[in-house]
Design a binder for this molecule. Structure first.
Ligand SMILES: Cc1cc2nc3c(=O)[nH]c(=O)nc-3n(C[C@H](O)[C@H](O)[C@H](O)COP(=O)(O)OP(=O)(O)OC[C@H]3O[C@@H](n4cnc5c(N)ncnc54)[C@H](O)[C@@H]3O)c2cc1C
Length: 487
């Protein structure tokens, strides 16, 4: 993998001219990019240390253009992959050398919104927060809210089964997808699921959601809509000691309260946010803050807030603050949701790990992350979905410094292993892509992986649709893959 001029030129000239000509006929010449400088934009997702320019980027306008492009590429044995906004954090939208990116951003229409039946028909290139904004007058919203929701699109959310702060109460993307129209990896156009309750037959929506573009390309989706809550309360709770912040998280859930969101930001995360344009007024003299949001009917909400306060107070917080109005609430959330961006002022590159542990082990796991940071001499901050036990250590570095990059990759591997040793798993929500590929064999046997490959081959028989992602190939074929051998 390289981004030097030579490789970029090579990538652009790799497609046979006849194929380029056909692609231009399918989507229009203005909707095919081949200039190496243009292609650079599509050479990585938000995990910037994996980079590879595609051979071309194609912008289909609808399902039939997508299917025609896929069939042409299959006929010519050219790998291809769907791409949304490129905010993925596991390298899922990274092209293999010589691949064509099918960029979904021109399929960006909300086709219908049906408040009576609480569903919407959308194209995959609709930005997540644009859908929720459009639904506001109907007092509805699309509940999955990844922190990237102002940029990430629904197709990308579906492909990654994205979570988000409010998925603790409302469930992840998969819980909100009723039906899909897809162009499979063999060029077939298929309808999966049903807008009207459980579809008969196999749960193919469940299979497609989270498949990271390895089964096909979603070109339309029917989504479930959720009423906006009548009332919301947001608490900011700061703790001088991590252990007590962690204990509060476990005790809130064990106490039978399911907050809409329960997030934690540690001291380094707070510092990054407070030194940035996203400064949210978080206390800076604490080990960690919790953001706890409860929502529902007005009646009963105050009682829940009192119970949360009582649990927190027993754990010796240094500050408890309730957002007094929508403006204060929005500011608290902007700090959390922009915390990744805030790291950008500290270092040019950031590897975000995405692992889970049982909630009760969060403080112990965080201590282990700090120990690993010290061992590898790294700056690590943590902003994460504590209620789900889903940790996001942010490892800062500069990829031009090879020694530092290697330390980051090794430390990331150590964090994964530490989570697995505590009964956790290798991805909470960001998917496997290329970045987590080396860890798949730590959790799945060769037989498990073979079942996945066999299933993939039904939808994507030649493995030309987003190859090299999610499922490691049998060891003798590994040369087609990306990924660090950090595991
Ligand atoms: C600041 C920041 C915060 C984030 N916060 C969260 C969070 O809270 N929760 C969370 O879950 N994730 C989070 N993410 C990760 C990322 O935003 C999500 O994974 C998101 O769903 C990716 O959407 P995208 O449109 O950017 O997809 P891309 O990065 O473009 O693609 C991701 C994968 O989906 C596939 N794909 C894209 N479109 C389609 C399609 N139409 N059909 C089939 N496959 C497709 C691609 O091939 C690729 O494998 C965050 C990322 C950032 C940068």
């Amino acid at each position: 993998m390289s981004t030097d001029k030579e490789t970029r030129k090579k990538s652009a000239s790799e497609l046979p001219p006849a194929v380029l000509g056909e692609l231009r006929k399918i989507v229009g010449a203005e909707n095919v990019l081949t200039d190496p400088v243009d292609l650079l934009v599509y050479s990585c997702d938000a995990i910037t240390y994996h980079q590879q320019s595609p051979a071309a980027v194609v912008f289909p306008a609808d399902t039939s253009q997508t299917a025609a492009a896929v069939r042409l590429l299959l006929e010519n044995d050219i790998p291809f992959l769907p791409r949304g906004s490129g905010t993925g954090l596991s390298g899922g939208a990274l092209p293999l050398p010589g691949s064509v990116v099918l960029q979904t951003s021109h399929m960006n229409r909300i086709l219908s919104a049906d408040p009576e039946n609480r569903m919407a028909e959308v194209q995959p290139g609709v930005i997540n927060s644009f859908l929720t904004k459009a639904l506001e007058p109907m007092k509805l919203h699309f509940a999955p809210d990844p922190s990237s929701q102002v940029a990430a699109v629904l197709g990308g959310n579906i492909a990654e089964n994205a979570g988000g702060p409010h998925c603790l109460k409302y469930g992840v993307t998969g819980n909100h997808v009723l039906g899909l129209e897809v162009v499979l990896g063999d060029g077939t156009v298929a309808g999966l699921g049903s807008p009207w309750g459980d579809a008969a037959g196999l749960d193919l929506v469940g299979l497609f959601v989270g498949s990271e573009g390895t089964l096909g390309i979603c070109t339309q989706a029917t989504l479930k809509l959720t009423p906006l809550p009548q009332a919301v309360q947001t608490l900011l709770i700061g703790f001088p000691r991590l252990e007590e912040a962690g204990r509060t998280v476990s005790q809130i859930i064990a106490g039978g309260i399911i907050p809409a969101a329960l997030e934690m930001i540690d001291h380094n995360g707070i510092e990054a946010v407070e030194q940035s344009v996203y400064a949210a007024g978080y206390p800076r003299d604490v080990a960690a803050v919790l953001l706890v949001e409860i929502d529902g009917f007005q009646a009963g909400l105050e009682e829940q807030a009192q119970r949360i306060r009582a649990i927190a107070e027993a754990n010796h917080p240094s500050v408890i603050r309730m957002a007094r109005n929508e403006e204060e609430r929005a500011r608290l959330w902007a700090g959390r949701k922009r915390s990744y961006g805030a790291q950008g002022q500290l270092a040019p590159d950031c590897l975000v790990q995405d692992v889970t542990v049982p909630r009760s082990l969060l403080p112990e796991m965080l201590e282990e992350v700090y120990r690993i940071a010290e061992e590898y001499d790294l700056h690590i901050s943590n902003c994460f979905h504590a209620g789900d036990g889903n940790l996001h250590p942010h490892l800062l570095f500069d990829r031009r410094d090879k020694a530092l990059t290697n330390r980051v990759l090794e430390a990331a591997g150590q964090i994964v292993k530490a989570c697995l040793a505590r009964g956790g798993t290798i991805s909470g929500e960001h998917g496997i892509g290329v970045d987590k590929l080396p860890y798949m064999r730590l959790v799945f046997s060769e037989e498990d992986l073979e079942v996945m490959r066999r299933l993939r081959s039904v939808f994507n028989p030649r493995n030309l649709c987003n190859p090299g992602k999610l499922i490691p190939e049998p060891e003798k074929c590994e040369s087609r893959q990306f990924g660090a051998d950090a595991a």
